[in-house]
Design a binder for this molecule. Structure first.
Ligand code: UD1
Ligand code: CA
Length: 512
């Protein structure tokens, strides 16, 4: 029986991915250092339609903790270091194949023909292996993403130790509905597997199910696959029929229950997808907690597998960390913050913020209610404050955009302060242009910088200025019309209003 799996989400994440560059393009998954097992092949079944997802996207491309379902399965396959990995595709073949090539260029991709069923898929998969291959063949499904390498290694070891023709990974479920049932003899030996649709009443009561994960001895599998047919309720070639045939031929067949059934949970619909996401997220969060991250509310904190967090990071409720986000020591994130593919510096504070492809420097503060779009680069000790939107802009060390602003296609030097309510008008309807604000600039409240425009170092601008021309270093720019007070205008033009009454009372007070 496979050893109880100690899930190390962090280790697994680290093994399967290297962190993305700032561009968001995934670098190839790292290969582990074990020796290749020349007697091992893995066939990943991914040709099925996935009807129950009711999706225009192929089922195995649905995302779980930021990685497509099939990516999880390929990563697990890779950890076994098999000599061959074969993926069988058919439904949405090009989209699925493209993702497989991207994640695992060395995998063989083979097409299943129009004959349906897992047995036919495995026939196709075997055709990609060298004719003389007589090692062990692990069969896994592209829609069983939480199956980990430790469980599979345990299954392979058990198979080799027991010298069976097939070792099936089974599971005990409270509700076995939908699964193939493990039928055992009176002595408890595996007899055969019966599909739900073909099961007799008594068989439906069986709660030990076929997980769809197997280790077959290649020669025995090849020998029996030729005999299976489509005479069943689904009209499909069932791989599961090979088990019964092997037993009838006198070979030894075994079923070994998994330590915890969730490990082999298949994703057939969105409910199962959400359940798996929750399960995996809990493991990921737990992994980071053990690594020194404070998480106030684990059930309300989501972290993708590719994220990297340092010790003493603090995550407040409602934090969602996606993509290859990297968060440095001591940073405090949340509440209610989404970071997608961001880099956060040491001791930075990011509150109630939505940020994508942004870099936030050490000790910088962001939010509450900030929107950082791609290309935002806030340097050390900088600030992007309340109700501020930024895009493709670099804000230098110690510089601040504290309130109610839009900053786009802009560079700000160091130690500058951008006044409340500032807009960089970067788009003239045809072209996007840049605003360059120097260092130690003090711009007034409610400015518009009409790009392209440059503000020199140490310059000031007055409140309400619409800056259309470059401002030289050290100048004060001001272009607001001089103020005119038309005394008595309200009483003359708005007689009888509350304002006029108040104005009259105020002028009476002055004369008294
Ligand atoms: C299968 C098993 C069932 C087991 C269950 C576990 C068979 C006949 N039944 O049923 O005993 O309890 O998995 O989850 O094997 N696939 C192909 N080509 C096909 C059909 C399926 O590649 O023609 C792939 C699917 O993409 C999927 C896997 O095989 O990755 C399983 O197929 P699915 O249709 O989900 O099988 P189940 O009905 O769940
Ligand atoms: Ca399934």
């Amino acid at each position: 029986m496979p050893a109880r799996v100690q899930w190390d989400a962090r280790g697994r994440a680290a093994q399967r991915t290297e962190r993305l560059g700032r561009s968001g393009i995934r670098s190839p998954m790292r290969h582990n250092k074990n020796m290749t097992d020349q007697n091992l092949a893995v066939i990943v079944l991914a040709a099925g339609q996935g009807t129950r997802m009711k999706s225009s996207k192929p089922k195995v491309l649905h995302s779980l903790a930021g990685i497509p379902l099939i990516g999880h399965v390929l990563a697990t396959a890779r950890e076994l270091d098999p000599a061959y990995v074969v993926a069988v595709v058919r439904h949405e073949r090009d989209a699925v194949a493209a993702v497989i090539v991207d994640l695992m260029p060395e995998a063989f991709i083979v097409d299943q023909d129009e004959v349906p069923g897992t047995g036919r898929a495995v026939e196709a998969g075997l055709s990609a292996l060298p004719a003389g291959f007589s090692g062990d063949v692990v069969i896994v499904s592209g829609d069983v993403p939480l199956l980990n390498a430790a469980t599979l290694s345990g299954l392979i070891a058990s198979h080799r130790h027991g010298s069976a023709s097939v070792t099936v990974l089974s599971a005990h479920l409270d509700d076995a509905t939908g699964y193939g049932r493990i039928v055992r003899t009176a002595e408890g030996a595996l007899d055969r597997i019966v599909e739900q649709k073909d099961a007799a009443e008594s068989e439906l009561a069986i709660t030990e199910i076929n997980s769809g994960t197997y280790v077959f001895s290649a020669d025995d599998l090849r020998a029996q696959l030729g005999y299976i047919n489509t005479n069943n309720a689904s009209g499909e070639k069932y791989l599961t029929d090979v088990v019964g045939l092997l037993r009838e031929s006198g070979a030894e067949v075994r079923a070994v229950p998994v330590s915890e059934s969730w490990i082999v949970g298949g994703i057939n619909d969105r409910i199962q997808l959400a359940d798996a996401a929750k399960r995996l997220n809990a493991l990921i969060v737990r992994g980071w907690q053990l690594a020194g991250v404070t998480v106030l509310d684990p059930s309300n904190t989501w972290i993708d597998l590719q994220a990297t967090l340092a010790e003493d990071v603090e995550l407040l409720p409602g934090t969602i960390i996606t993509g290859p986000t990297v968060i440095a020591r001591g940073a405090k994130i949340g509440p209610d913050t989404s970071l997608e593919s961001c880099e956060i510096g040491e001791d930075a504070v990011v509150r109630r913020t939505d940020a994508t492809l942004a870099v936030i420097g050490a000790r910088a503060t962001v939010g509450p209610f900030a929107y950082l779009r791609p290309g935002t680069y806030l340097d050390e000790d900088g600030k992007i404050g309340t109700f501020v939107e930024t895009k493709n802009s670099r804000i230098g060390a110690g510089s601040k955009v504290p309130h109610l602003s839009y900053i786009g296609d802009t560079t700000v030097g160091v130690q500058s302060n951008v006044g409340a309510g500032t807009i960089t008008a970067n788009y003239d309807g045809v072209n996007k242009s840049a605003t360059v604000i120097g260092s130690h600039v003090r711009s007034g409240s409610h400015n518009v910088f009409v790009a392209p425009v440059r503000i020199g170092d140490g310059a000031y601008t007055g409140a309400g200025t619409v800056v259309r021309k470059d401002v030289p270093a050290g100048a004060l720019a001001i272009n607001v019309a001089p103020q005119r007070n038309m005394t008595g205008w309200v009483e003359a033009n708005r007689a009888g209003t509350a304002a006029a009454v108040a104005a009259a009372a105020a002028s009476a007070e002055v004369t008294d």
